[in-house]
Write a protein that binds this ligand. Structure first.
Ligand code: UDP
Ligand code: MG
Length: 140
């Protein structure tokens, strides 16, 4: 994936709470173009694979259980400087530390159930996008 793309998930907490529409509106207002999107659910195994980098962290088990607990919206977003700008739009991992107006400040419940995922590098954006989408599902 080029460096003008990032990958996001609207997590099970935000989907359950009915925040899909509001979060997509924030994403559009932030200047991002949706180039791939679907409502899907991760199995326990796939969630474990997606977050494998956190395997040794104390919250890994809980994170995998949470991320497989219900449907998510997975999407690939396009914008200049997408990875960095999207991290700014979502705010800090812990919503109590997220800037006012950010997606996590508005919609996250706590540091674990924090409404959205955003890739942390261009390399991971490409890996995570390919994890969820086949080439024919991505619209340039
Ligand atoms: N997480 C958690 N407890 C923590 C830190 C992270 O449950 O103390 C969860 C949270 O859902 C977070 C995910 O693990 O979004 C991945 O953590 P990371 O540090 O990569 O945060 P992010 O990049 O999502 O801001
Ligand atoms: Mg991360």
């Amino acid at each position: 994936m080029a460096d003008n793309r990032t990958f996001t998930m609207i997590k099970p907490d935000a989907v359950k709470a009915g925040h899909i529409g509001a979060i997509l509106a924030k994403i559009n207002e932030g200047g991002f173009r949706i180039v791939a999107m679907k409502l899907t659910q991760l199995s326990n195994e796939k969630a474990g694979e997606f977050y494998a980098v956190h395997k040794e962290r104390p919250f890994y088990g809980e994170l995998v259980e949470f991320m497989s607990s219900g449907p998510i919206v997975a999407a690939i977003l396009e914008k200049d400087n997408a990875v960095e700008d999207f991290r700014k739009l979502i705010g800090a991992t812990d919503p109590s530390k997220a800037e006012p107006g950010t997606i996590r400040a508005l919609y996250a419940k706590n540091i674990g159930e924090n409404a959205v995922h955003g890739s942390d590098s261009d390399e991971n954006a490409a890996i995570e996008g390919a994890f969820h989408f086949a080439g024919v599902e991505v619209f340039a």
